[in-house]
Design a protein around this ligand. Structure first.
Ligand SMILES: Nc1ncnc2c1ncn2[C@@H]1O[C@H](COP(=O)(O)OP(=O)(O)O)[C@@H](O)[C@H]1O
Length: 361
């Protein structure tokens, strides 16, 4: 639901956070993308500065910011200025004490490999919450050797999960690595399957290199974290670079295995009721859809395609039964009512073992 600013003035929220995506900073001049859309490279850093200034002025200030990826543009690599560009944006972010949670997009992987990103300030998994809720091998810094995903709880009733939508990807992985081979195999198999899928034909094909997906280990990890959240009656917000719902974007920007991801977060067996919203970037024109399970899919408009007199960021206020997105510039205000939680449900029948429960560590 879109709302006017007056409607948004409510009582004190539990907490608030900032959200922004696709800054794509580069020192290069403004110009048209391959899709004939203007990209404002000269303004993107100023837009980021403005967002930070506004968040700094807010009272109470946002507890954290979700930076949805593509913070610098691929052109920096061609200019030999990837590290310098990254330092430039990080210097802006140092102007605030509000912690940023960084997500990796395709442009991070065009500029750097995963080993570099892991060692860089774009790896914020050290802010993960130490919770023994999953069997997948996340080390003491919150990192998993194969993918970049973690979770944290900013409030006793809420959890944020950062996912890696380029876990399956041919970018950022060495060509002789298992991850690269698995991604190629996935694409090949998915392309065969897609021939019968009328939704993704012609220019709307999403099985393209600049999208990616979640690998099987990350999907099991996500399933385990969500099971924990269900047990704790937590509401969950997930953030990743690539949209995961075909109705929440306007272009081919969609995760390769979006159906597998939706199946986990919607949980066809009815046991995961915790996810209320998925935030994405990637499609600079933005998008929104509430799916059949009541999960809100918000694709944030990209900073890089925001004209000088506009911008694209927001502050999200979290309440008991809703979240309110106060959009700035091209981002619309939205009141997002949470899906209903039903009493705990278990698929076990007496005498049978429930797979979900035996998976718990
Ligand atoms: N077939 C397409 N038609 C229109 N726009 C597209 C198409 N494919 C990608 N885009 C646009 O490209 C942007 C994402 O691309 P991005 O990650 O910046 O990589 P690139 O710089 O290679 O375009 C999105 O805004 C998306 O809308």
């Amino acid at each position: 639901m879109e709302e006017t600013a007056e409607f948004l003035q409510e009582a004190d929220p539990y907490f608030s956070f900032g959200v922004i995506g696709d800054v794509q900073y580069s020192p290069k001049p403004n110009g048209l993308s391959s899709w004939r859309v203007m990209r404002y490279f000269q303004q993107s850093l100023l837009h980021l500065q403005q967002a930070i200034e506004e968040w700094n002025r807010e009272d109470p200030s946002p507890k954290f910011v979700l930076q949805l990826g593509d913070i610098i543009d691929t052109s920096n690599r061609k200019l030999g200025r990837s590290v310098e560009a990254l330092e430039t944006v990080l210097k802006e972010i140092e102007q605030t004490s509000i912690p940023f949670h960084h997500i990796w997009g395709n442009h991070e992987l065009y500029n750097f490999n995963r080993d570099f990103l892991k060692r860089s300030k774009l790896n914020t998994s050290w802010m993960h919450e130490q919770q023994n809720v999953h069997s997948e091998r996340h080390d003491e810094t919150g990192s998993h050797p194969d993918y970049y995903a973690y979770h944290f709880s900013p409030h006793s009733k809420f959890r944020i999960i950062v996912v890696d939508t380029y876990d399956l990807s041919i970018f950022g992985r060495k060509k002789d690595s298992q991850g690269y081979q698995d991604s190629l195999d996935f694409l090949e198999k998915a392309e065969e399957g897609e021939q019968n899928d009328n939704f993704h034909v012609g220019s709307n094909r999403h099985l393209v290199e600049f999208n990616g997906g979640l690998g099987s280990k990350q999907l099991s990890w996500l399933d385990e974290v969500l099971t924990y959240c269900d047990q704790q009656n937590e509401r969950v917000i997930i953030a990743g670079h690539v949209p995961i719902h075909p109705e929440a974007k306007r272009t081919p920007c969609l995760a390769w295995n979006y159906k597998d991801i939706l199946q986990v977060i919607q949980s066809v067996f009815g046991s995961h009721q915790s996810v209320v919203c998925y935030f994405a970037g990637h499609d600079h024109s933005g998008g929104y859809h509430q799916d059949s399970h009541g999960i809100h899919h918000v694709t944030m408009e990209g900073v890089i395609e925001s004209p000088p007199d506009s911008n694209a960021f927001g502050t999200v206020d979290i309440y008991e039964d809703r979240m309110v997105l106060r959009g700035r510039g091209r981002v619309k205000n939205r009141v997002l009512i949470y899906r209903e939680m039903h009493p705990s449900f278990c698929c076990c029948l007496p005498g049978l073992t429930c797979e979900k429960n035996t998976n718990l560590k």
